[in-house]
Write a protein that binds this ligand. Structure first.
Ligand code: PGA
Length: 239
């Protein structure tokens, strides 16, 4: 696991976008795994800017998002607003779990199959929860879980309550499993701010811990953690 240290959110957003944009420019076809939440917002802003300034096409890009709330299109709207409407990616090449599917078990199966059919994920972007979750894989989730429906923990519900000021917050979500995420060829985990410092510290302890789902990443051969000063606050040394 490689640690890339940056000073703040702005620098992190720019560097994350540069990493993605370099791949978008050089690849003939690229499957990007994308995340939502506050963390990647700046990265999407930079990506949209780079796209506009350079006329770089995104027509060869496929995206698969990590998760969506059950009975909701919250993250569909988020992606449209923060990225998709700013780039020329074909709509049918953007994928997000359907939280409104009638049969959620079938939807989870469909999503797994879809990821296989488009060739697997080349680069998966992840945030990290205060409780160490990745996607919506909450503490205790099996490290080989596939896409599944989860009951969200209090910690996650509280952290994300801001998205539901006008509507009831769903208590369940569909998420790619940790096993699904680990099959990505490359992973870029973004961590911003002191709220994430404890989860980042646990991640760099170097031992697998089911209570900190992100520790599943330590055996993946190609993981970069991009962390700002706040998120690195509890690391003993920066290596
Ligand atoms: P955040 O969420 O970016 O809104 O902090 C990250 C996560 O829960 O994975």
């Amino acid at each position: 696991m490689k640690l890339l240290s940056v000073s703040n959110e702005e620098e992190l957003s720019r560097i994350a976008a540069e990493i993605l944009f370099a791949k978008i420019k050089s690849a003939k076809k690229l499957v990007l795994g994308l995340a939502t939440g506050k963390t990647p917002l700046g990265m999407y802003r930079y990506l949209s800017k780079y796209s506009k300034e350079s006329n770089q096409t995104f027509r060869h890009i496929h995206t698969v998002n990590l998760d969506e709330y059950v009975g909701s299109i919250t993250y569909h709207e988020y992606m449209e607003e923060n990225l998709f409407q700013h780039i020329d990616i074909p709509k049918d090449q953007t994928h997000i779990p359907d939280g409104e599917a009638e049969n959620l078990t079938e939807e989870c199966r469909r999503y797994e199959q879809l990821i296989k059919e488009i060739g697997g994920i080349d680069l998966q972007v992840l945030g990290i929860g205060e409780n160490g979750h990745i996607g919506f894989n909450e503490p205790g989730t099996s490290f080989d879980a596939r896409t599944h429906v989860v009951e969200l923990t209090e910690s996650t519900l509280k952290a994300n309550a801001k998205y539901f000021v006008d509507s009831e917050q769903p208590k369940q979500a569909i998420t790619m499993g940790i096993g699904t995420i680990l099959e990505s060829r490359e992973i870029l985990l973004l961590a911003i701010g002191e709220r994430k410092a404890n989860a980042v510290k646990e991640l760099f302890k170097g031992s697998l811990n089911k209570d900190i789902p992100a520790t599943a990443l330590i055996n993946h051969p190609h993981v970069t953690v991009l962390a700002d000063k706040g998120a690195r606050k509890l690391l003993d040394k920066e290596s």
